[in-house]
Design a protein around this ligand. Structure first.
Ligand SMILES: [Zn+2]
Length: 464
C-alpha cells in the first residue's frame, strides 16, 4: 500500500485571488468568445476544418498562458495536450475537458448558436458550458497556481471527440502514456444538481447506441394499390421499439437486460436524498411538461442509477405537409440504452440483437458506439480536497451524487492511468447542456477559478 503524506502549503490569499479573478474577467470573456465562435461540431463531417482550427487555437491559448502545448494526432480528431511543469518532485494533476460541441440545429435557438454574446453575467453560445467555459476556467486557475508557486505540475488534456463517444481517445492515451504520468485526474464536464448547490458525481452511466434498419421495397408505393399486402417498414420498426421497452414506465423489456444491474447502496441513496434535488427545478431546467414519475428520489434513482432504453428518432416515409398515402420502402430507428454499473455494453448489445432478431429477422442492427459505465470513490484525500474546494469557493459543501450522462474518456483514463479521478464540474442544469440557447455564466466561472485554485493547493499537499 502506498503511504500518503500531507505537507504544509500556504493557503491561497483570498484577496489576491479575488483581484486576479476580477482582473481576468475580460481575458476569460475574450477567450470564451474565440472558443465558442469556432463551430467544432465533431458529429458533423463538414466541420472537420473547424476542429483543426479549434485545436490550433487551443494550443496557442495554452502557450499564451505560459504552458507548453501540442496537438497530438489520432486516427480521428487530434487531442490537445498542455502542461505547466514546474518541478519533477511536485505532484502532478491532469485536467480533462473537451472542446468539441453538440450540433446546434434545434429550431428553438433564439440567436445564432456560434455567435458569442454577453448578456449581463451570461455567456451565450453553443459550447459555452459544455465544455469550453469550464476548460478556460481551469486554465485561468492553473495560471494563478503557477504564478503563486503552488507546488504542483498541471497538465491539460482537451479532447475533440467527446460528443461522438471518444472513439480515438484510447489511442491518444496509449501514445502519450509516458507524458501522461500523473498522480490524479480532474474531469470538469459535469452538471450540479441545482444552482447554489455544488455536486460531485462519482459515477457515470454507460451507453450503447444503435441504428435499426429495415428495407422492404425498392421505392415508395401507393397505399391504395398495394396497402394491406405491402409490408410497412416504419410500422415494423415502431413494433420493435415498443417491444424493447414500456414507453409509459420506461421499463426495459429486452430479456436479460437487468441481470447485471448493481442497485445503489443505502448510503448512496441517503446522499441522493440530501443532495438538494428538486423535481420542480428539474422540470423547469429541462423544459419538461411531465415526467414518468414525480417522486424526487425516484427521479434521481432513475436518472443516476438505473438503465434506460430510448428511441431518438424514427425516419422513413413522407415528412411534408398533409398526408401522402405512400408506403415507404425503408425506415430507420435510432436508439440507445444508458447503462449502469456492472452492465457490460457488448453483452447488452448482444441482448438487443437477439431480441430484435427474434421479433423481426429482417431488421439490421448497426452499432454506433458504446461506453462502459463508471463508478469511482466518494471518499479519500482527493474527495476531501474537492469538498474543501467547493466550500471555499461557493460557501457550501458539495453533494456526492451520480451522473446520468456518459464520459467515455473517464473509463479510458481509469484503465490506463490507474489514479484517482475526481469530477469538478461547474455547469448548472439551466445552462442547457446539449440543448438550444446554451450558456455559461460568470458566477460559475469566477467561483470555478477559486475552487480550482483551492483544490490545487489542497492536492499539492498530497504526496503519494
Ligand atoms: Zn461535455
Amino acid at each position: 500500500m502506498r503511504s500518503i503524506r500531507v505537507e504544509a502549503v500556504t493557503e491561497p490569499k483570498r484577496s489576491a485571488l479575488e483581484a486576479y479573478t476580477r482582473q481576468g474577467r475580460n481575458r476569460f470573456e475574450s477567450l470564451l468568445q474565440e472558443f465558442v465562435e469556432i463551430p467544432s461540431v465533431s458529429m458533423d463531417p463538414s466541420c472537420r476544418d473547424d476542429i483543426q482550427r479549434m485545436a490550433d487555437l487551443a494550443v496557442r491559448t495554452l502557450q499564451s498562458m505560459g504552458a507548453t502545448a501540442k496537438k497530438v494526432s489520432t486516427p480521428g480528431n487530434p487531442v490537445v495536450f498542455g502542461r505547466f511543469r514546474q518541478n519533477r518532485r511536485f505532484p502532478t494533476v491532469t485536467i480533462y475537458n473537451h472542446l468539441d460541441v453538440q450540433p446546434a440545429g434545434e429550431p428553438e435557438w433564439r440567436r445564432t448558436p456560434f455567435k458569442f454574446e454577453i448578456k449581463g453575467n451570461r455567456y451565450l453560445g453553443r459550447g459555452a458550458t459544455d465544455d469550453k467555459g469550464p476548460a478556460i476556467t481551469a486554465l485561468m486557475a492553473a495560471r494563478y497556481a503557477v504564478e503563486n508557486r503552488i507546488p504542483l505540475n498541471i497538465q491539460f488534456v482537451w479532447e475533440l471527440e467527446e460528443e461522438i463517444g471518444s472513439p480515438n481517445f484510447e489511442s491518444f492515451v496509449k501514445t502519450m502514456r509516458h507524458d501522461l504520468r500523473t498522480d490524479s485526474v480532474i474531469v470538469s464536464d459535469t452538471i450540479w444538481v441545482a444552482a447554489g448547490r455544488p455536486s460531485i458525481p462519482y459515477g457515470l452511466r454507460g451507453m450503447v447506441a444503435a441504428r435499426l434498419l429495415l428495407e422492404t421495397g425498392k421505392k415508395d408505393v401507393h397505399s391504395g394499390l398495394t396497402g394491406g399486402a405491402a409490408r410497412n417498414p416504419v410500422a415494423e420498426l415502431c413494433q420493435i421499439v415498443a417491444a424493447c421497452h414500456d414507453a409509459k414506465t420506461g421499463g426495459v423489456t429486452i430479456p436479460g437486460f437487468y441481470r447485471d444491474v448493481m442497485p445503489p447502496r443505502l448510503h448512496e441513496i441517503r446522499e441522493f436524498a440530501a443532495s438538494g434535488f428538486r423535481v420542480s427545478h428539474f422540470k423547469k431546467a429541462h423544459g419538461l411538461l411531465d415526467l414518468r414519475t414525480h417522486k424526487g428520489l425516484k427521479v434521481m434513482r432513475r436518472i443516476w442509477s438505473e438503465p434506460t432504453f430510448e428511441v431518438h428518432g424514427i425516419s422513413g416515409g413522407y415528412q411534408g405537409p398533409g398526408v401522402k398515402t405512400a408506403i415507404a420502402p425503408r425506415a430507420e430507428a435510432k436508439v440507445s440504452m444508458r447503462l449502469v454499473p456492472l452492465q457490460d455494453p457488448q453483452k447488452v448489445l448482444r441482448l438487443l440483437r437477439q431480441h430484435v432478431k427474434r421479433m423481426n429477422p429482417d431488421v439490421r442492427v448497426i452499432p454506433e458506439g458504446y461506453l462502459r459505465p463508471y463508478l469511482g470513490a466518494c471518499s479519500g484525500p482527493y474527495a476531501q480536497a474537492a469538498r474543501r474546494a467547493y466550500r471555499y469557493a461557493f460557501g457550501r459543501d458539495p453533494a456526492f451524487i451520480r451522473e446520468g450522462g456518459s464520459i467515455g474518456a473517464v473509463v479510458t483514463l481509469e484503465r490506463h492511468l490507474g489514479v484517482p479521478i475526481l469530477f469538478l464540474g461547474l455547469s448548472l442544469p439551466e445552462h442547457g447542456y446539449h440543448a438550444p440557447n446554451e450558456y455559461f455564466d460568470w458566477g460559475q466561472a469566477s467561483g470555478g477559478i477559486r475552487a480550482f485554485v483551492k483544490y490545487f493547493t489542497e492536492i499539492s499537499r498530497i504526496r503519494s
